[in-house]
Unconditional design. Structure first.
Length: 245
């Protein structure tokens, strides 16, 4: 039976106690990790999927839409997917600190914002890629998000004229095998898995937690998840506040 805590201060105290005992922690996170940094998530009441656009966001973030409506894809991508003003919050910073201490093996994230790296995390498996990398489909040259924001319309490579595509996994595209295998291996080696800011409904990413064989499963999420019953601790509160220890 999971211990469920809704008070952020109490959650931080209990999470700190359990983290202290752990030796090999892996953090698996989703969009909710970055909401405290001002980046909207997808499925909450104020999330991206509940905003009104010309096309549904799920459609605009598909491979088919990128191919057939490239200019409109980039309008949406620049406006809604790149958030360079966002700064790491307490959750990002604490995870980087735990890695520095040798307690955290890896961060596995569904986010594409690069905030874990900004906070100082070095071993980050980005399941869905990153807006920080935008790759020429012809010569492979990589451009940063800043460069994309300075362009208009459909960006093309300055070296060869090829089409630039964000290094982001769109709907209809497969996850990177090497990234998936690295994440799977890290999770299988952990004695503590902290799942944070994710509804655990997006597959195949959500299926990774079945490879956890350790002692402590902690879930930090505002809303219930399908795995709450399997957890040892559920922190049903703001994740940034739960990591304030």
């Amino acid at each position: 039976m999971a211990q469920v805590i809704t008070d952020p201060t109490e959650a931080a105290r209990e999470l700190s106690r359990r983290v202290e005992k752990a030796e090999r922690i892996v953090f698996f996170g989703g969009a909710g990790v970055s909401t405290a940094s001002g980046i909207p998530d997808f499925r909450s009441e104020d999330g991206l999927y509940n905003m009104k656009f010309k096309y549904p966001p799920e459609q605009m973030l598909s491979h088919t839409f990128f191919v057939n409506h490239t200019a409109e894809f980039y309008d949406f991508y620049r406006e809604r997917m790149i958030a360079l003003d966002a700064k790491p919050n307490q959750a990002h910073l604490k995870l980087a600190e735990l890695e520095e201490q040798g307690k955290l093996l890896a961060v596995v994230t569904q986010n594409i914002d690069g905030l874990h790296q900004d906070a100082g995390s070095k071993r980050v498996f980005e399941l869905h890629g990153s807006v920080r990398r935008n790759i020429c489909q012809k010569c492979g040259h990589t451009y940063g998000a800043e460069w994309i924001l300075e362009t208009t319309g459909v960006p093309h490579c300055e070296k060869c004229g090829g089409l630039i595509k964000p290094d982001v996994v769109l709907y209809e595209e497969a996850l990177n095998d090497a990234v998936m295998m690295g994440a799977l291996k890290a999770i299988s080696q952990a004695d503590m898995l902290i799942v944070g800011g994710t509804s655990l409904v997006v597959y195949p990413a959500a299926g990774l937690i079945q490879y956890f064989q350790g002692n402590e499963l902690v879930i930090c999420n505002m809303q219930p998840t399908p795995q709450d019953a399997s957890a040892d601790l559920v922190c049903a509160c703001d994740i940034a506040k739960a990591f304030a220890f």
